[in-house]
Ligand binder design. Structure first.
Ligand code: BGC
Length: 735
């Protein structure tokens, strides 16, 4: 449609139709014959209104989406097509590692690849928009949704956010055989107080701007078509009702001009927050704040018409939102072809194709983090006699908590992959993922351990007998998929007790233990660290998880992942992250143990168990001292920081070299160090490479005492290393 035709369409629409466009309904509202508005009808949303909705979420399948599209278009007075959305987070049916694991690749191209494939598969299944990427910065491992983010660092998250949006939307945001991206959750949803789900957020404006906003900004600059509001408050104002956040920051300052949708019932929840009395006043707050679309609260459908009639909300305000939505539908070509790329043939060709499965296997290998490898227990020899023990040896719930369309039966378990390899191995379950009798409630399915104490005792005894006779043990442990994701906040971030008991029993008879950890968050793994020689942190690795793990265990691939979130020493430390601010009494870990009056705990260390950016390989790398092209920088020059990286081991490997910078003196307190550059090198044994970073003043900018974003003159320290704790540094001055 031309812009003129689109304008004419808008002008011809009734107010009720316009409000319909701003309403998103869940697919469950419709059955084959039509809408069943159920509880919504009590709020005033009748079946005819449901037909007018602008968007439906949660339905996929080329045939199913086509049927719904036809049904609704036939009843929509202007035949306006629906925009079909769903949560495609780390894959549609070919499931990739969770986003937090993708962060550990430190490789935006890997995230782009994932985004491309998931967009292609779900476009074939009739979808138009995915509620991804989630770019919320996360630092509190208690929060269940840390799994959906790429981690704790603004710089890394920004690179990942841009790559994901580009991968989802395709070349120059053409959406061709792809989807539109709905970046979420604006803003700072990743910082709920105490890691408790849906909790409020208290942040300084500087932290909001410097730590949290950059990744949303990167998604906007990459062209994200949509943005989703967050559930939380910010400075005591629910984000979904915050005119300051949505109109001033998001649209005016950050330049977002796409469609802004609420999170699920977030407009309705303004009543729960105590800032709206009823759905009508909630609708008034949200539309005034600039929220274009109401996901599943029915507040717009039930309240906006009255608000316009009363003159509280102008029809022009509604037109602005409808216009943005119509434009997106038009840009996606829906008026010409409402079914877009939906195709049953494409579904059968693309979904879980050999190519997609291979990509899932390759990406997974980049996300595993080798945390320790004493005695070079890994990689295993082909002829090692290995006992494979633990609940995750056969478990297939390893897709991550947001993989609603992926099927566990399509997954390869560790056991299946070992068997396919044909190596010597025996297996013992050892125990369930959960403690006997423990239950976790999900929103799509529940899980509980049906095992009794007695059955588990017997399983542990069998596993011990097996372990005693083998030279090496691979034990696969972890938290349950349902202990992660939305509603998965935990106060105890260790593996279930029964698994600790299993590990202890095995350790008593065999010390050659490799642990493979499945998790949706950084867990407290002190117990595991003490009782194993090698630890491979595999996160929730997706459809090809088992194959990718076994490839790595036997050395077909080598670990290269780096932690995208610090692994805490214990839950008492969280939120723990490398870029903390200095204090007046800052202390390096281990320094001045007898001085009580420092910024520290008196019973646990300050340092995490494993820091951000950390991860080993099967080989070793040396990194030379940093060389600077000059130790003086001016506002319009740059300085080159260089280090020589050498593979000093005897296997090929990939190393991720990281550049960190600290502002030594400024008008406000500055972080201990900040990540400012990433470079990956792949080196053969004995091979070396120069790694060069160019430092300019843009990298040194921050919100100064006057809230101006600029660099200040003075001294800076720069580090080049392979994790955030590196002490390989030099200094320069900004004149
Ligand atoms: C989540 C969003 C998600 C939406 C739709 C909400 O509960 O917070 O991230 O996109 O549901 O499924």
């Amino acid at each position: 449609m031309t812009e003129k035709e689109l304008r004419a369409l808008l002008e011809d629409m009734s107010l009720r139709e316009k409000i319909g466009q701003l309403t998103q309904l869940d697919a469950s509202v419709f059955n084959d014959e039509g809408p069943v508005t159920g509880p919504a009808s009590e709020l005033g949303l009748n079946d005819d209104d449901a037909y007018l909705c602008g968007s439906v979420l949660g339905l996929t399948g080329a045939a199913e989406t086509e049927a719904l599209q036809k049904m609704c278009m036939a009843k929509q007075p202007h035949g306006i097509p629906l925009l079909l959305m769903a949560d495609i987070i780390n894959g549609y049916k070919t499931i990739f590692p969770i986003p937090l694991a993708q962060g550990c690749s430190f490789e935006p191209e890997a995230a782009r690849k994932v985004a491309e494939i998931m967009a292609k598969e779900s476009a074939a299944a009739g979808l138009h928009v995915t509620f991804a990427p989630m770019v919320d910065l996360v630092r509190d491992a208690r929060w269940g949704r840390v799994m959906e983010s790429t981690g704790e660092d603004p710089y890394l998250n920004s690179l990942m956010a841009a790559a994901m949006v580009e991968g989802i939307q395709g070349q120059e945001n053409s959406y061709e055989d792809r989807l539109a991206a709905c970046t979420k959750h604006f803003a700072a949803y990743g910082a709920p107080i105490a890691g408790k789900e849906y909790n409020n957020v208290e942040l300084s404006e500087r932290s909001l701007r410097e730590d949290h906003l950059p990744s949303y900004k990167a998604a906007i600059d990459a062209g994200t078509a949509m943005m989703m509001t967050s559930f939380n408050t910010l400075d005591r104002v629910p984000a979904t009702a915050s005119k300051w956040l949505m109109r001033k920051i998001l649209r005016e300052e950050m330049g977002f001009n796409g469609v802004l949708i609420s999170d699920w019932n977030a407009i309705g929840e303004l009543i729960g927050h105590g800032v709206a009395q009823d759905p009508k006043s909630a609708a008034e707050l949200a539309i005034t704040a600039g929220v274009d679309m109401d996901m599943m609260s029915f507040s717009y459908a039930c309240g906006l018409e009255k608000l316009v009639e009363e003159g509280t909300v102008s029809e022009q305000l509604i037109d602005e939102s409808v216009w943005r939505l119509l434009q997106l539908k038009n840009q996606m070509g829906l008026f010409e072809n409402p079914f877009r790329s939906a195709s049953t043939q494409q579904e059968s060709e693309l979904i879980l194709s050999a190519e997609h499965r291979l990509a899932a296997r390759e990406v997974a290998a980049k996300t595993f983090v080798l945390l320790k490898n004493e005695d070079q227990l890994l990689p295993l020899e082909q002829d090692d006699s290995v006992a494979y023990i633990g609940p995750y040896i056969e478990e297939k719930s390893i897709l991550g908590a947001w993989s609603f369309f992926g099927k566990t039966e399509d997954c390869v378990s560790i056991r299946e992959a070992v068997e396919a390899r044909g190596v010597q191995a025996e297996y013992a379950h050892g125990c369930g993922v959960l403690n006997p009798g423990q239950a976790i409630y999900g929103f799509r399915y529940d899980t509980e351990s049906n095992l009794t104490e007695a059955e588990t005792e017997k399983m542990i005894a069998d596993a011990v007998a097996l372990a005693a006779n083998k030279t090496k043990v691979v034990i696969a442990l972890g938290e349950s998929n349902l202990q992660t994701g939305e509603g998965g906040s935990r106060g105890d971030i260790t593996i279930p007790d029964i698994q600790k008991k299993l590990l202890e029993a095995i350790y008593a008879v065999n010390k050659n233990i490799v642990a493979v950890i499945f998790a949706g968050r950084p867990l407290d793994i002190r117990d595991i660290k003490d009782k194993t020689k090698s630890i491979l942190y595999a996160w929730m690795p997706g459809t090809e998880g088992g194959s990718a793990i076994v490839d790595m265990l036997y050395g077909d691939t080598a670990p290269q992942g780096k932690l995208s979130m610090s692994l805490p020493y214990s839950v008492g430390q969280v939120p723990v992250f490398y870029s903390e601010l200095r204090t007046g009494r800052h202390t390096e870990d281990g320094a001045e143990p007898t001085n009580r009056f420092l910024t520290k705990y008196c019973d646990i260390p300050n340092d995490p168990l494993y820091p951000f950016g950390f991860g080993l390989s099967y080989t070793d790398f040396s990194i030379s001292p940093v060389r600077l092209s000059s130790d003086q920088l001016t506002l319009d020059t740059t300085v080159k920081a260089v280090a020589t990286v050498k593979n000093i081991g005897n296997r090929e490997g990939v190393e991720t070299i990281q550049l960190y910078i600290r502002d030594e003196f400024a008008s406000v307190a500055r972080p201990l160090r900040e990540l400012k550059g990433i470079k990956q090198v792949k080196l053969e044994p004995g091979q070396e490479a120069e790694v060069e970073f160019e430092i300019d003043t843009n990298m040194l900018r921050f919100y100064d005492i006057n809230m101006e974003y600029k660099a200040q003159h003075g001294d800076f320290t720069v580090w080049i290393g392979n994790n955030s704790k590196t002490d390989n540094s030099v200094c320069f001055t900004l004149n």
